[in-house]
Design a protein around this ligand. Structure first.
Ligand SMILES: Nc1ncnc2c1ncn2[C@@H]1O[C@H](COP(=O)(O)OP(=O)(O)OP(=O)(O)O)[C@@H](O)[C@H]1O
Ligand SMILES: [Mg+2]
Length: 442
């Protein structure tokens, strides 16, 4: 960037230099033309005068400027000199005198004098009543004007250089300041990447883009931390829950004697425990899958059919007063197998918490833009304070008489949420799954 600006400045300096020199050249030519005109006018206004009188008179009325000198030649020899202090006496420069004496018409040229380069014009003057050949010569000390240009260009170049250095320093400083927070974010990201500590956060200062970046980064860390915490909790719970059946199995196997009857009994117990473990592992896998995309395989589901068929399946679970409350004549886009799995979990709970012959019912209904599926039973129901809690993993409420792991309702909730719905329990033992209802086009 700095190089580009530097190049631009160098180019502009060079352009200034060339343009200024051209101007000097132009000005000199203009001056010469002006003088030629003046002299011509002077001569024509004085007919009859000889060359001496004409030159003397003209030099008297016309004084040379500071960096200019006039002189005249008669037959190629130095004749008169104008007033004024010239940097060098040009009429004593033999070469120039010879060159100027040869001019047959106004001639302009460069010359290398003792005071440096000059521009001169030599005007031949010839009049009727004077046989001699006169020349009027003007010399302009070009070197002086060139020096002036050099001086001004040097000043320009130096100021440009200073400005460039200043701009460079300022740019460096500003870039450093702007990039410092970005560097901070990067370092923090690196630190987080290196360690397993996700609790660090960036300091958010101000309200600019960098602050927004830091804030986004912090949000990302929040989410990561939460996700990791949930995962760790999950693994802890699972490990804890699986340890119990393992302990039971080991205890039985260690104490097993040689008595065949006792062996049989132990085998039955161990198999039972292993089955339970198997179920827990299956349920945990279902819960883990529910966190991932592709959990649902959706299709058109007839709610009436679904409701009736789960009750038909559940009849095998035990001797109950099985009923269908009502059925919705509607179809939804959903995962039929997962919904069946959820309803079966609810029905299994209902059976577990009721006595033979008690009421267990299921139903479905459309309510506006939602559909509801429910399972209710005539059992003791869920206490008010447990109604939220029981949907968490590994949470069991009430008596510990049964062998459940406490995963059933967590699975029901995962399935409901995967369908953008929710689940709750009301009036003691009525479990409701509510899903959004979008009519399936015929
Ligand atoms: N129909 C019901 N009536 C009364 N209490 C219930 C009913 N359904 C569930 N609960 C309570 O909710 C708790 C959690 O149920 P959940 O289905 O999650 O676990 P579980 O049935 O104990 O074990 P799992 O389903 O994993 O075998 C149960 O322990 C029970 O106390
Ligand atoms: Mg259950």
């Amino acid at each position: 960037m700095l190089a580009v600006v530097g190049l631009a400045l160098a180019l502009s300096t060079f352009a200034t230099w060339t343009v200024q020199l051209a101007r000097v050249e132009e000005r000199i030519i203009g001056e010469f033309e002006h003088e030629i005109g003046e002299l011509r006018a002077y001569v024509t206004q004085r007919p009859g005068a000889d060359l001496d009188t004409l030159f003397k008179g003209y030099l008297q009325v016309n004084a040379a400027d500071r960096w200019e000198t006039f002189f005249t030649l008669l037959d190629g020899q130095p004749h008169l000199k104008g007033y004024g202090e010239a940097p060098a006496p040009l009429d004593q420069d033999e070469g120039l005198v010879r060159q100027a004496g040869l001019a047959a018409k106004p001639t302009v040229g460069p010359w290398e004098s003792r005071a440096g380069e000059i521009r001169y014009v030599s005007m031949p003057v010839k009049i009727a009543n004077d046989a001699r050949q006169g020349h009027f010569v003007i010399g302009i000390f070009y070197e002086h004007h060139r020096q002036e240009v050099v001086e001004s260009v040097r000043v320009l170049a130096l100021t440009s250089l200073a400005a460039l250095a200043l701009a460079g320093a300022a740019g460096w400083f500003v870039a450093g300041r702007v990039l410092a927070p970005v560097r901070m974010v990067r370092q923090a990201a690196e630190r987080t990447g290196d360690s397993s500590d996700l609790s660090r956060r960036l300091d958010v200062v101000g309200n600019d883009d960098v602050a927004a970046l830091a804030r986004t980064f912090n949000h990302m860390l929040d989410r990561l931390q939460r996700a990791f915490a949930v995962q760790r909790e999950f693994v802890d719970d699972a490990g804890h829950e699986l340890r119990t059946p393992i302990t039971v199995i080991r205890g039985h196997l260690e104490l097993m004697g040689d008595d065949p009857a006792e062996r049989e009994e132990t085998m039955a117990l161990v198999t039972d425990e292993l089955n339970r473990m198997n179920r827990i592992v299956d349920d945990l896998l279902t819960l883990a899958k529910a966190e991932q995309p592709g959990f649902l395989t959706v299709e058109d589901v007839e709610l009436a059919d679904l409701t009736v068929s789960v009750i038909a399946k559940a009849r095998a679970l035990g001797e109950r007063d099985w009923r269908v409350d009502e059925v919705a004549e509607a179809r939804i886009v959903a995962d039929r197998q997962r919904l069946t799995q959820a309803l079966m979990q609810l029905l299994a709970n209902a059976v577990r918490h009721t006595q033979p012959g008690a009421l267990v019912a299921a139903g479905s209904a459309v309510e506006g833009d939602r559909v509801r599926l429910w399972v209710r039973d005539g059992g003791h129901g869920v206490r008010e304070e447990d109604r939220e809690r029981i949907f968490q993993r590994f949470v069991r409420a009430g008596s510990r008489s049964h062998q459940g792991a406490g995963l059933g309702l967590a699975i029901v909730r995962s399935i409901a949420e995967a369908h953008a719905g929710r689940v709750w329990v009301e009036d003691g033992a009525r479990f409701v799954i509510e899903l959004p209802y979008r009519e399936v086009p015929e």
